[in-house]
Design a protein around this ligand. Structure first.
Ligand SMILES: *Cc1c(COP(=O)(O)O)cnc(C)c1O
Length: 224
């Protein structure tokens, strides 16, 4: 898998350039809308963390694939509707898109019923874009307090900077909100900008096209 090898090399170089330990940044391979052959090639090359942006697509693909590859860790990186929370909790190891009280309440209820939950990141809409989900930067502190009061443990924050803008101010904003809230996890950086995200402290990067090649069809820009 050429793309994967190249991204691993870029990530290692970015860690070294930032003076951070090798392997300290988790690479989530974003497999949404990719053909299964490419996903299997990444699995064969040892990749175990994958990201999907839709609950149903993730379920359809990984119900069969995950049991065959021990250690697979699945991240939900797309918007989560409250009525799909149960399905998401059953399939995903990490939910990166917690963004509103109603969803937090649904997750807290599921935690009470199941005794465990996926790891959670809160998505912040750092660009305050109307078409994007995520809590607004100015509301993040209050939302995090509300989520914690429900007994939910949040590991970190996630953002998707506006397309066509310098992402660095968005990475810095996310880092500063996380620092204020005492959160260690920062999920930021995609194919075009993950080195910059690593320089700004990313602990998780989400990389699709640079690993797998372009996605099929019009869905290629979904999520940006
Ligand atoms: C699609 C997607 C990615 C990966 O984007 P690439 O540009 O293909 O690396 C990362 N994060 C989210 C939330 C996405 O929806």
């Amino acid at each position: 898998m050429e793309g994967l090898a190249a991204v691993r090399a870029r990530l290692a170089a970015a860690e070294a350039a930032a003076g951070r330990p090798a392997g300290s940044v988790a690479l989530v391979a974003v497999s949404k809308e990719q053909p299964e052959a490419r996903v299997r090639a990444a699995l064969a090359a040892g990749q175990r963390r994958f990201g999907e942006n839709r609950v149903q697509e993730g379920e359809a693909r990984w119900a069969a694939l995950a049991p065959a590859f021990p250690g697979v860790e699945l991240h939900l990186i797309g918007p989560l509707q409250t009525n799909k929370a149960r399905a998401a909790v059953a399939r995903f190891d990490v939910i990166q898109t917690l963004d509103r009280p109603r969803l937090a309440r649904a997750l807290a209820d599921l935690a009470a019923a199941r005794g465990a939950l996926p790891r959670l990141f809160v998505q912040v809409n750092t660009g305050a874009e109307p078409q994007k989900v995520g809590v607004l930067p100015g509301a993040a502190d209050a939302f995090l307090a509300e989520v914690r009061a429900m007994g939910l443990a949040v590991e970190g924050l996630m953002c998707i900077p506006p397309a066509g803008h310098d992402p660095v101010p968005h990475f810095r904003l996310l880092r500063s909100i996380a620092a204020t809230a005492g959160l260690a996890g920062l999920s930021m950086g995609m194919s075009d900008d993950f080195e910059a995200a690593v320089a700004e402290g990313a602990t998780v990067v989400r990389v699709g096209a640079a690993i797998f090649g372009p996605r099929a069809g019009a869905g290629a820009v979904r999520g940006r």
